[in-house]
Design a protein around this ligand. Structure first.
Ligand code: FEO
Length: 398
Protein backbone atom coordinates (compact mmCIF):
# COMPACT_ATOMS: atom_id res chain seq x y z
CA UNK A 1 0.00 0.00 0.00
CA UNK A 2 2.75 2.40 1.04
CA UNK A 3 4.32 2.33 -2.42
CA UNK A 4 1.04 3.57 -3.88
CA UNK A 5 0.92 6.67 -1.70
CA UNK A 6 4.56 7.46 -0.94
CA UNK A 7 6.03 10.65 -2.40
CA UNK A 8 9.31 10.67 -0.46
CA UNK A 9 10.34 9.76 3.09
CA UNK A 10 7.21 9.92 5.21
CA UNK A 11 5.32 12.11 2.78
CA UNK A 12 2.22 10.53 1.25
CA UNK A 13 -0.16 11.53 -1.52
CA UNK A 14 -3.78 11.52 -0.35
CA UNK A 15 -5.37 13.59 -3.14
CA UNK A 16 -8.43 12.71 -5.22
CA UNK A 17 -9.51 12.82 -8.86
CA UNK A 18 -12.53 14.65 -10.22
CA UNK A 19 -13.75 13.17 -13.50
CA UNK A 20 -17.29 14.45 -13.03
CA UNK A 21 -17.11 18.23 -13.05
CA UNK A 22 -17.67 19.78 -16.46
CA UNK A 23 -16.17 23.18 -15.74
CA UNK A 24 -13.51 24.21 -13.26
CA UNK A 25 -14.51 27.45 -11.49
CA UNK A 26 -17.77 26.95 -13.45
CA UNK A 27 -15.96 28.26 -16.53
CA UNK A 28 -13.07 26.12 -17.77
CA UNK A 29 -13.77 22.78 -19.50
CA UNK A 30 -12.07 19.71 -18.05
CA UNK A 31 -11.75 17.17 -20.88
CA UNK A 32 -9.24 15.13 -18.84
CA UNK A 33 -10.69 15.91 -15.40
CA UNK A 34 -8.69 17.49 -12.60
CA UNK A 35 -7.02 16.30 -9.40
CA UNK A 36 -7.20 17.97 -6.01
CA UNK A 37 -3.93 17.08 -4.33
CA UNK A 38 -3.38 16.83 -0.61
CA UNK A 39 -0.38 15.40 1.23
CA UNK A 40 0.15 13.76 4.57
CA UNK A 41 3.46 13.93 6.45
CA UNK A 42 3.49 10.95 8.77
CA UNK A 43 6.16 12.04 11.26
CA UNK A 44 6.25 12.05 15.09
CA UNK A 45 3.93 14.99 14.65
CA UNK A 46 1.50 14.38 11.77
CA UNK A 47 0.67 17.16 9.33
CA UNK A 48 -1.86 17.30 6.51
CA UNK A 49 -1.10 19.76 3.71
CA UNK A 50 -4.22 21.30 2.15
CA UNK A 51 -7.49 19.40 1.73
CA UNK A 52 -9.74 18.54 -1.25
CA UNK A 53 -13.07 19.54 -2.77
CA UNK A 54 -15.80 18.67 -0.27
CA UNK A 55 -17.56 16.36 -2.77
CA UNK A 56 -14.70 13.87 -2.33
CA UNK A 57 -14.45 13.93 1.45
CA UNK A 58 -15.39 10.26 2.03
CA UNK A 59 -12.76 9.03 -0.43
CA UNK A 60 -10.26 11.48 1.01
CA UNK A 61 -10.79 10.42 4.63
CA UNK A 62 -10.40 6.77 3.66
CA UNK A 63 -7.08 7.58 1.96
CA UNK A 64 -5.85 9.41 5.06
CA UNK A 65 -6.78 6.49 7.29
CA UNK A 66 -5.10 4.01 4.96
CA UNK A 67 -1.84 5.83 5.72
CA UNK A 68 -2.12 6.69 9.42
CA UNK A 69 -4.90 4.43 10.68
CA UNK A 70 -6.49 5.90 13.79
CA UNK A 71 -3.54 8.14 14.66
CA UNK A 72 -4.52 11.78 15.15
CA UNK A 73 -3.46 14.54 12.78
CA UNK A 74 -1.74 17.35 14.68
CA UNK A 75 -1.52 20.08 12.06
CA UNK A 76 -3.53 21.07 9.00
CA UNK A 77 -1.40 23.36 6.83
CA UNK A 78 -3.45 25.57 4.52
CA UNK A 79 -1.41 26.92 1.64
CA UNK A 80 -4.43 28.14 -0.32
CA UNK A 81 -8.06 28.87 0.49
CA UNK A 82 -9.84 28.45 -2.85
CA UNK A 83 -12.59 25.91 -2.08
CA UNK A 84 -11.23 23.25 -4.44
CA UNK A 85 -8.57 22.80 -1.71
CA UNK A 86 -10.10 24.25 1.43
CA UNK A 87 -13.53 22.64 0.93
CA UNK A 88 -12.95 19.83 3.45
CA UNK A 89 -11.58 21.97 6.30
CA UNK A 90 -14.80 21.91 8.34
CA UNK A 91 -15.19 18.12 7.99
CA UNK A 92 -11.52 17.49 8.79
CA UNK A 93 -11.99 19.62 11.92
CA UNK A 94 -15.06 17.52 12.85
CA UNK A 95 -13.09 14.26 12.49
CA UNK A 96 -9.94 15.64 14.11
CA UNK A 97 -11.23 18.21 16.65
CA UNK A 98 -7.80 18.80 18.20
CA UNK A 99 -6.13 19.59 14.90
CA UNK A 100 -4.25 22.91 14.83
CA UNK A 101 -4.68 24.84 11.61
CA UNK A 102 -1.54 26.45 10.19
CA UNK A 103 -1.87 29.48 7.94
CA UNK A 104 -0.96 33.13 7.68
CA UNK A 105 -2.90 36.17 8.84
CA UNK A 106 -4.94 36.31 5.65
CA UNK A 107 -5.81 32.61 5.79
CA UNK A 108 -7.76 32.69 9.02
CA UNK A 109 -10.18 35.43 8.01
CA UNK A 110 -11.12 33.29 5.02
CA UNK A 111 -11.46 30.08 7.06
CA UNK A 112 -13.91 31.80 9.35
CA UNK A 113 -15.75 33.48 6.47
CA UNK A 114 -16.12 30.40 4.29
CA UNK A 115 -16.51 27.68 6.93
CA UNK A 116 -17.15 29.30 10.31
CA UNK A 117 -14.20 27.32 11.67
CA UNK A 118 -12.32 28.78 14.63
CA UNK A 119 -10.21 27.13 17.35
CA UNK A 120 -6.52 26.62 17.88
CA UNK A 121 -4.34 28.04 15.17
CA UNK A 122 -0.71 28.63 14.32
CA UNK A 123 -0.25 31.90 12.45
CA UNK A 124 2.92 31.94 10.39
CA UNK A 125 4.86 34.80 8.85
CA UNK A 126 7.18 34.65 5.88
CA UNK A 127 10.16 32.41 6.69
CA UNK A 128 8.66 30.88 9.86
CA UNK A 129 9.56 27.34 10.79
CA UNK A 130 7.78 24.25 12.13
CA UNK A 131 9.39 20.97 13.18
CA UNK A 132 7.42 17.74 12.92
CA UNK A 133 10.29 15.67 14.36
CA UNK A 134 12.30 14.44 11.37
CA UNK A 135 10.68 16.84 8.89
CA UNK A 136 11.45 20.54 9.22
CA UNK A 137 9.04 22.84 7.44
CA UNK A 138 9.52 26.45 6.40
CA UNK A 139 6.76 28.73 5.15
CA UNK A 140 7.04 31.20 2.29
CA UNK A 141 4.29 33.74 1.69
CA UNK A 142 3.54 34.00 -2.03
CA UNK A 143 0.57 36.38 -2.25
CA UNK A 144 -1.53 36.36 -5.44
CA UNK A 145 -0.27 32.98 -6.63
CA UNK A 146 -3.25 32.69 -6.87
CA UNK A 147 -5.11 34.52 -4.04
CA UNK A 148 -3.83 37.03 -1.45
CA UNK A 149 -3.39 34.38 1.26
CA UNK A 150 -1.43 31.90 -0.84
CA UNK A 151 1.76 30.54 0.66
CA UNK A 152 4.07 27.62 0.05
CA UNK A 153 5.51 25.11 2.49
CA UNK A 154 9.00 23.77 2.00
CA UNK A 155 10.10 20.55 3.69
CA UNK A 156 13.79 21.24 4.25
CA UNK A 157 14.45 17.63 5.26
CA UNK A 158 13.39 16.05 1.96
CA UNK A 159 13.57 19.11 -0.31
CA UNK A 160 9.86 18.88 -1.07
CA UNK A 161 7.98 22.04 -2.01
CA UNK A 162 4.24 22.10 -1.36
CA UNK A 163 3.48 24.80 -3.87
CA UNK A 164 -0.29 25.28 -3.87
CA UNK A 165 -1.64 26.08 -7.33
CA UNK A 166 1.81 27.00 -8.65
CA UNK A 167 3.22 24.42 -11.08
CA UNK A 168 -0.18 22.77 -11.28
CA UNK A 169 -2.18 21.73 -14.32
CA UNK A 170 -5.56 20.35 -15.33
CA UNK A 171 -5.86 16.60 -15.88
CA UNK A 172 -6.85 13.89 -13.42
CA UNK A 173 -4.16 11.41 -12.39
CA UNK A 174 -4.65 8.09 -14.13
CA UNK A 175 -3.13 5.54 -11.79
CA UNK A 176 0.06 7.04 -10.41
CA UNK A 177 0.81 10.58 -9.28
CA UNK A 178 4.62 10.72 -9.68
CA UNK A 179 5.87 12.18 -12.95
CA UNK A 180 8.28 9.25 -13.26
CA UNK A 181 5.47 6.71 -13.30
CA UNK A 182 2.89 8.16 -15.66
CA UNK A 183 2.55 9.23 -19.27
CA UNK A 184 2.82 13.01 -19.13
CA UNK A 185 1.66 13.82 -22.68
CA UNK A 186 -1.72 15.29 -21.75
CA UNK A 187 -0.42 17.51 -18.96
CA UNK A 188 1.84 19.89 -20.89
CA UNK A 189 -0.94 21.47 -22.93
CA UNK A 190 -3.22 21.44 -19.90
CA UNK A 191 -0.53 23.24 -17.89
CA UNK A 192 -0.54 26.15 -20.33
CA UNK A 193 -4.34 26.26 -20.37
CA UNK A 194 -4.46 26.07 -16.57
CA UNK A 195 -1.83 28.76 -16.06
CA UNK A 196 -3.10 31.20 -18.67
CA UNK A 197 -6.73 31.04 -17.56
CA UNK A 198 -6.46 30.63 -13.80
CA UNK A 199 -3.22 32.33 -12.81
CA UNK A 200 -2.56 34.31 -16.02
CA UNK A 201 -3.31 37.73 -14.59
CA UNK A 202 -0.71 37.33 -11.85
CA UNK A 203 2.51 37.20 -13.85
CA UNK A 204 4.34 39.63 -11.62
CA UNK A 205 3.50 37.84 -8.29
CA UNK A 206 4.51 34.54 -9.93
CA UNK A 207 7.85 36.08 -10.90
CA UNK A 208 8.34 37.32 -7.31
CA UNK A 209 7.58 33.84 -5.97
CA UNK A 210 10.03 32.24 -8.42
CA UNK A 211 12.75 34.62 -7.25
CA UNK A 212 11.98 33.91 -3.61
CA UNK A 213 12.15 30.15 -4.14
CA UNK A 214 15.03 30.28 -6.61
CA UNK A 215 17.77 29.17 -4.20
CA UNK A 216 15.93 26.29 -2.56
CA UNK A 217 17.28 22.75 -3.09
CA UNK A 218 14.01 21.36 -4.43
CA UNK A 219 13.84 17.62 -5.13
CA UNK A 220 10.06 17.38 -5.60
CA UNK A 221 7.23 19.80 -6.26
CA UNK A 222 3.90 18.80 -4.76
CA UNK A 223 1.35 21.10 -6.34
CA UNK A 224 -2.38 21.05 -5.65
CA UNK A 225 -3.28 19.97 -9.22
CA UNK A 226 -1.68 17.38 -11.48
CA UNK A 227 1.42 15.19 -11.11
CA UNK A 228 4.08 15.42 -8.41
CA UNK A 229 7.14 16.74 -10.22
CA UNK A 230 10.54 15.14 -9.59
CA UNK A 231 12.41 14.53 -12.86
CA UNK A 232 10.67 17.41 -14.65
CA UNK A 233 11.20 20.22 -12.15
CA UNK A 234 13.37 22.34 -14.48
CA UNK A 235 10.87 21.97 -17.33
CA UNK A 236 7.86 22.83 -15.17
CA UNK A 237 9.53 25.84 -13.53
CA UNK A 238 10.68 26.92 -17.00
CA UNK A 239 7.11 26.83 -18.33
CA UNK A 240 5.79 28.89 -15.40
CA UNK A 241 8.69 31.31 -15.67
CA UNK A 242 8.13 31.91 -19.37
CA UNK A 243 4.37 32.21 -19.16
CA UNK A 244 4.56 34.62 -16.22
CA UNK A 245 6.93 36.83 -18.21
CA UNK A 246 4.41 36.71 -21.12
CA UNK A 247 7.26 35.40 -23.23
CA UNK A 248 6.00 33.61 -26.35
CA UNK A 249 7.03 31.67 -29.45
CA UNK A 250 6.98 32.93 -33.01
CA UNK A 251 3.50 32.30 -34.32
CA UNK A 252 0.11 33.87 -34.88
CA UNK A 253 -3.29 33.27 -33.36
CA UNK A 254 -6.05 34.34 -35.71
CA UNK A 255 -9.25 34.65 -33.78
CA UNK A 256 -12.44 35.72 -35.48
CA UNK A 257 -16.20 35.69 -35.47
CA UNK A 258 -18.21 35.17 -38.62
CA UNK A 259 -21.95 34.77 -39.03
CA UNK A 260 -22.18 33.88 -42.73
CA UNK A 261 -18.58 33.12 -43.67
CA UNK A 262 -17.52 36.46 -45.16
CA UNK A 263 -15.32 37.59 -42.26
CA UNK A 264 -14.01 34.03 -42.12
CA UNK A 265 -12.72 34.44 -45.70
CA UNK A 266 -10.66 37.38 -44.49
CA UNK A 267 -9.17 35.14 -41.78
CA UNK A 268 -8.40 32.40 -44.31
CA UNK A 269 -6.72 34.87 -46.65
CA UNK A 270 -4.54 36.25 -43.85
CA UNK A 271 -3.60 32.75 -42.69
CA UNK A 272 -2.65 31.60 -46.18
CA UNK A 273 -0.42 34.63 -46.71
CA UNK A 274 1.24 34.19 -43.30
CA UNK A 275 2.05 30.64 -44.27
CA UNK A 276 3.36 31.77 -47.66
CA UNK A 277 5.62 34.19 -45.76
CA UNK A 278 7.15 31.30 -43.81
CA UNK A 279 5.24 31.49 -40.52
CA UNK A 280 4.69 27.92 -39.39
CA UNK A 281 2.80 28.33 -36.14
CA UNK A 282 -0.62 29.58 -37.16
CA UNK A 283 -3.62 28.76 -34.99
CA UNK A 284 -7.08 29.74 -36.14
CA UNK A 285 -9.99 30.00 -33.73
CA UNK A 286 -13.59 30.63 -34.67
CA UNK A 287 -14.77 32.21 -31.40
CA UNK A 288 -18.18 30.65 -31.54
CA UNK A 289 -16.66 27.17 -31.76
CA UNK A 290 -13.45 27.23 -29.70
CA UNK A 291 -13.88 27.61 -25.96
CA UNK A 292 -12.14 30.82 -24.80
CA UNK A 293 -9.83 28.88 -22.48
CA UNK A 294 -8.12 27.28 -25.51
CA UNK A 295 -7.89 30.63 -27.31
CA UNK A 296 -6.37 32.32 -24.24
CA UNK A 297 -3.85 29.48 -23.91
CA UNK A 298 -2.77 29.97 -27.52
CA UNK A 299 -2.48 33.73 -27.03
CA UNK A 300 -0.06 32.99 -24.17
CA UNK A 301 1.86 30.66 -26.50
CA UNK A 302 2.33 32.91 -29.53
CA UNK A 303 3.61 36.41 -30.08
CA UNK A 304 1.25 37.43 -32.89
CA UNK A 305 -2.49 38.01 -32.51
CA UNK A 306 -4.85 38.93 -35.34
CA UNK A 307 -8.44 39.60 -34.35
CA UNK A 308 -11.40 39.84 -36.71
CA UNK A 309 -15.07 40.59 -36.16
CA UNK A 310 -18.21 41.57 -37.98
CA UNK A 311 -20.11 44.62 -36.80
CA UNK A 312 -23.14 43.57 -34.78
CA UNK A 313 -25.73 46.15 -33.66
CA UNK A 314 -23.12 48.86 -34.02
CA UNK A 315 -20.68 46.95 -31.78
CA UNK A 316 -17.99 44.30 -32.08
CA UNK A 317 -19.52 40.84 -32.66
CA UNK A 318 -20.33 39.91 -29.02
CA UNK A 319 -18.30 36.69 -28.80
CA UNK A 320 -15.18 38.51 -29.99
CA UNK A 321 -15.91 41.39 -27.64
CA UNK A 322 -16.12 38.96 -24.73
CA UNK A 323 -12.78 37.45 -25.69
CA UNK A 324 -11.13 40.87 -25.89
CA UNK A 325 -12.24 41.61 -22.32
CA UNK A 326 -10.77 38.27 -21.20
CA UNK A 327 -7.43 39.24 -22.77
CA UNK A 328 -7.48 42.63 -21.04
CA UNK A 329 -8.38 41.02 -17.71
CA UNK A 330 -5.24 38.89 -17.88
CA UNK A 331 -3.07 41.90 -18.68
CA UNK A 332 -1.27 39.95 -21.40
CA UNK A 333 1.79 41.88 -22.45
CA UNK A 334 4.00 42.27 -25.50
CA UNK A 335 1.91 40.94 -28.36
CA UNK A 336 1.86 42.13 -31.97
CA UNK A 337 -1.70 42.91 -32.98
CA UNK A 338 -3.49 42.96 -36.32
CA UNK A 339 -7.14 43.89 -36.77
CA UNK A 340 -9.75 43.14 -39.41
CA UNK A 341 -13.51 43.40 -39.50
CA UNK A 342 -16.62 43.81 -41.56
CA UNK A 343 -19.97 45.52 -41.76
CA UNK A 344 -23.06 45.53 -43.91
CA UNK A 345 -24.38 49.08 -43.76
CA UNK A 346 -22.37 50.96 -41.07
CA UNK A 347 -18.94 49.97 -39.76
CA UNK A 348 -18.18 49.83 -36.02
CA UNK A 349 -16.19 46.65 -35.26
CA UNK A 350 -12.83 47.84 -36.58
CA UNK A 351 -13.16 51.22 -34.86
CA UNK A 352 -14.02 49.60 -31.53
CA UNK A 353 -11.24 47.05 -31.81
CA UNK A 354 -8.83 49.96 -32.16
CA UNK A 355 -9.91 50.93 -28.64
CA UNK A 356 -8.88 47.44 -27.51
CA UNK A 357 -5.51 47.96 -29.22
CA UNK A 358 -4.98 51.09 -27.17
CA UNK A 359 -6.02 49.53 -23.86
CA UNK A 360 -3.94 46.40 -24.37
CA UNK A 361 -0.84 48.44 -25.30
CA UNK A 362 -0.06 45.78 -27.92
CA UNK A 363 2.09 46.84 -30.85
CA UNK A 364 -0.26 47.29 -33.81
CA UNK A 365 1.15 45.94 -37.07
CA UNK A 366 -0.12 46.72 -40.55
CA UNK A 367 -3.26 48.64 -41.40
CA UNK A 368 -6.58 47.44 -40.01
CA UNK A 369 -8.69 45.95 -42.80
CA UNK A 370 -12.37 46.78 -43.02
CA UNK A 371 -14.66 44.99 -45.47
CA UNK A 372 -18.13 45.97 -46.63
CA UNK A 373 -20.37 42.92 -47.02
CA UNK A 374 -18.08 40.48 -48.86
CA UNK A 375 -14.61 39.93 -50.30
CA UNK A 376 -13.43 41.74 -53.42
CA UNK A 377 -10.03 42.18 -55.05
CA UNK A 378 -9.12 45.10 -52.81
CA UNK A 379 -10.03 43.24 -49.61
CA UNK A 380 -7.86 40.27 -50.65
CA UNK A 381 -4.93 42.62 -51.19
CA UNK A 382 -5.44 44.41 -47.88
CA UNK A 383 -5.70 41.14 -45.97
CA UNK A 384 -2.48 39.89 -47.57
CA UNK A 385 -0.76 43.18 -46.70
CA UNK A 386 -1.80 42.77 -43.08
CA UNK A 387 -0.42 39.22 -43.04
CA UNK A 388 2.87 40.38 -44.56
CA UNK A 389 3.21 43.16 -41.98
CA UNK A 390 2.72 40.60 -39.19
CA UNK A 391 5.18 38.16 -40.74
CA UNK A 392 7.78 40.91 -41.17
CA UNK A 393 7.41 42.01 -37.55
CA UNK A 394 7.79 38.46 -36.25
CA UNK A 395 10.83 37.82 -38.45
CA UNK A 396 12.57 40.90 -37.03
CA UNK A 397 12.77 39.04 -33.71
CA UNK A 398 14.48 36.01 -35.19
FE1 FEO B 1 -6.79 25.15 -7.23
FE2 FEO B 1 -6.68 28.60 -6.74
O1 FEO B 1 -7.23 26.82 -6.48
Amino acid sequence: MEQKTKVKGNIHYVGVNDRVKHRFEAMWPLPYGVSYNSYLIDDEIVALVDTVDICYFEVYLRKIKQVIGDKPINYLIINHMEPDHSGSIRLIKQHYPDIVIVGNKQTFGMIEGFYGVTGERYVVKDGDFLSLGHHKLRFYLTPMVHWPETMMTFDETEGVLFSGDAFGCFGALDGGFLDTRINLDKYWGEMVRYYSNIVGKYGSPVQKALQKLGGLPISAICSTHGPVWTENIAKVVGIYDRLSRYDADEGVVIVYGSMYGNTEQMAETIAAELSAQGIRNIVMHNVTKSHPSYIIADIFRYKGLIVGAPTYSNQVFPEVDSLLSKILLREVKGRYLGIFGSFTWAGAAVKRMAEFAEKSKFEVVGDPVEMKQAMNDITYTHCENLARAMADRLKKDR
